[in-house]
Design a protein around this ligand. Structure first.
Ligand code: CP
Ligand code: NVA
Length: 304
């Protein structure tokens, strides 16, 4: 049987995604009760990081260990990947020795190429285009705090980046409406927006997007790889901030999420991170639980 991959949320059905999210909550509860689970005993995850990470690395590595397996960190600096060995050759070899491969890289095409040649499941742990693992954690967090997100209004404030793109996929998969407020020139991929037009509205004003929203989400103004654009982006994005004024026009019990790392005073005011509506720390912890569910699903092909 060909391996299942997780390169975008569209690699799963809605039912699979909902089951994954529920399984993540089950795993969180078990873990908090101190239950030992060794569902991935002797299994190995290879983790290829071409960009920095705190949450993704810690959650995948801790997750594998907690399930009885292990994880191996591979950086391009000290593997042949950094010296030009073809991605396909690397995929054939690495996937012949491990049970799953997680990749964080620049071009989305890299994970697609790797997955095509891989015998083992491949997980996209962030590309320039998508960050689907973060959405599993975000959807789990929303569900734990507010129940089903179906029919809710979500406001994306800021850059039309990889996180925004994964929110667009999530809008259709989880059936919520996504208002996206970006400055001119920083809109998400127009083809993706068109494909999801029934669930997505592009706006210019943060206040229009946030009005009566059940969830406000943002992300850094300059993503990894865009460090040179930081100054220009600070000018373009200065009004695109989650702050008390925006929270005042959202729904009364609106939640706030941010995938982190956050730049306080830029895309989010410092007080909003500790606001009662903020579930940012739960969201970060849920990376661990959601990805343990994902690893069990991809490696064992089961969710129980
Ligand atoms: N949110 C997220 O992916 O964080 P890291 O870059 O620290 O992995
Ligand atoms: N958009 C950000 C997300 C970091 C988790 C980036 O790509 O740097």
């Amino acid at each position: 049987m060909a391996a299942r991959h997780f390169l975008t949320l569209n690699d799963m059905t809605t039912t699979e995604l909902e089951n994954l999210v529920d399984h993540g909550t089950r795993l969180r509860n078990e873990w908090r009760q101190g239950k030992v689970r060794d569902s991935l005993k002797n299994r190995v995850l290879a983790m290829v990081f071409e960009k920095s990470s705190t949450r993704t690395r810690v959650s995948f590595e801790a997750g594998m260990t907690q399930l009885g397996g292990s994880a191996m960190f591979l950086s391009p600096r000290d593997t042949q990947l950094g010296r030009g060995e073809p991605i396909e050759d690397s995929a054939i070899v690495i996937s012949s020795m491990v049970d799953a491969v997680m990749i964080r890289t620049f071009a989305h095409e890299t994970v697609e190429k790797f997955a095509k040649a891989s015998r083992a499941p491949v997980i996209n742990a962030l590309t320039d285009e998508f960050h689907p693992c973060q959405l599993l954690a975000d959807m789990q967090t929303y569900r734990e705090h507010r129940g089903s997100i179906r029919g809710a209004t979500v406001a994306w404030i800021g850059d039309g980046n990889n996180m925004c793109h994964s929110y667009i996929n999530a809008a259709t998969q989880f059936d919520f409406h996504l208002n996206i407020a970006t400055p001119q020139g920083y809109e998400p991929n127009p083809e993706l927006v068109k494909a999801h037009s029934s669930h997505v509205t592009l706006m210019r004003e943060p206040a229009d997007a946030a009005r009566n929203a059940n969830l406000l989400v943002t992300d850094v103004w300059a993503s990894m790889g865009q460090e040179d654009e930081q100054k220009a982006r600070e000018r373009a994005f200065s009004r695109y901030q989650i702050n008390p004024a925006l929270m005042d026009i959202a729904a009364k019990d609106a939640l706030i999420m941010h995938c982190l790392p956050a730049h306080r005073g830029e895309e989010i005011s410092a007080d909003m991170i500790e606001h009662p509506g903020s579930v940012i720390w739960d969201e970060a912890e849920n990376r661990l639980h959601a990805q343990k569910a994902l690893l069990e699903f991809l490696i064992l092909n089961r969710l129980d």
